[in-house]
Design a protein around this ligand. Structure first.
Ligand SMILES: NC(=O)c1ccc[n+]([C@@H]2O[C@H](COP(=O)([O-])OP(=O)(O)OC[C@H]3O[C@@H](n4cnc5c(N)ncnc54)[C@H](OP(=O)(O)O)[C@@H]3O)[C@@H](O)[C@H]2O)c1
Length: 232
């Protein structure tokens, strides 16, 4: 039987690249995002889910249980990454970022962890960012949410270790997705100049870290954060 990967935020960017990677490596992939996906691959199934909505996540997890019975790998990738300054940011801009990045990650990990616990096995990977280590102006909400993801993942790692589930974090530096391009050339240049390895990442480099976390030989690696392109 093929292994199963659940991945959030697969309609574009890193999530879409990860869905392609897992299908290529023999997985059945359950992907989601708020909008539809144009990804048509055998073994890939897309569901429209807003991860910040607890009920929608619960329904998605239930459908995964019905369709696949269990999940081997979860990548909680869905995220919003706007850039805005403290004094110019109303709650209606702030709240979706916190709801998606923090609550969304929490709800999805909670739902899928329950499926993994039944089988006493699983690999959870959450997605933080270089922003959490750089303290860049304009990223207070985003960086706070990405720091929260690191903290919650380390605690999930302790709570879920007795069930054979590992929980780790990938913190990419920068890869040119729509979300990054929207930040504008000046912000991108400035962020790249602050990295230890001052260049953008490739999807292959991100998949390499994911493959490390999912490898059977990594069953003893949990609560870890791999920062890419940056010494934190
Ligand atoms: N690109 C980078 O350089 C970089 C660096 C560090 C960390 N990251 C992190 O990597 C992840 C992916 O980033 P990206 O650059 O690939 O972003 P992206 O191109 O904007 O893609 C984000 C994905 O998440 C989905 N999404 C957003 N909000 C959602 C929600 N509430 N519920 C479900 N799906 C949602 C989007 O689809 P819909 O709009 O259809 O919902 C889309 O599929 C994010 O967590 C980001 O913070 C990216």
């Amino acid at each position: 039987m093929k292994p199963v990967a659940a991945i959030t935020g697969t309609s574009k960017g890193i999530g879409r690249g990860l869905a392609e990677y897992f299908v290529d490596h023999g997985y059945l992939v359950a992907g989601c995002s708020r909008g539809p996906s144009t990804l048509e691959l055998e073994g890939y199934q897309h569901t429209q889910v807003d991860v910040s909505d607890e009920n929608q996540v619960a329904e998605w997890v239930y459908s995964i249980k019905e369709d696949y019975d269990g999940v081997d790998v979860l990548v909680c990738n869905a995220g919003l990454a706007p850039s805005f300054l403290l004094v110019m940011t109303p709650g209606k801009v702030l709240e979706p970022v916190l709801a998606t990045n923090i609550c969304g990650t929490y709800y999805v990990c909670r739902g899928i962890a329950k499926l993994m616990m039944r089988r006493r096995s699983g690999c959870i990977i959450t997605v933080s960012s270089m922003a959490a280590g750089l303290h860049l102006e304009g990223t207070s909400a985003y960086s706070a949410s990405k720091s929260a993801i690191v903290e919650m993942t380390k605690i999930f790692a302790k709570e879920l270790a007795p069930f054979g589930i590992t929980c780790n974090v990938i913190a990419p530096s920068m890869i040119m997705t729509e979300a990054v391009k929207a930040l504008g050339e000046k912000t991108i240049k400035s962020a790249l100049s602050k990295l230890t390895i001052k260049r953008e990442l490739s999807m292959e480099e991100i998949c390499n870290v994911i493959s490390f976390f999912t490898a059977p030989e990594s069953r003893c690696i949990t609560g870890q954060v791999i920062h890419m392109g940056l010494v934190v």
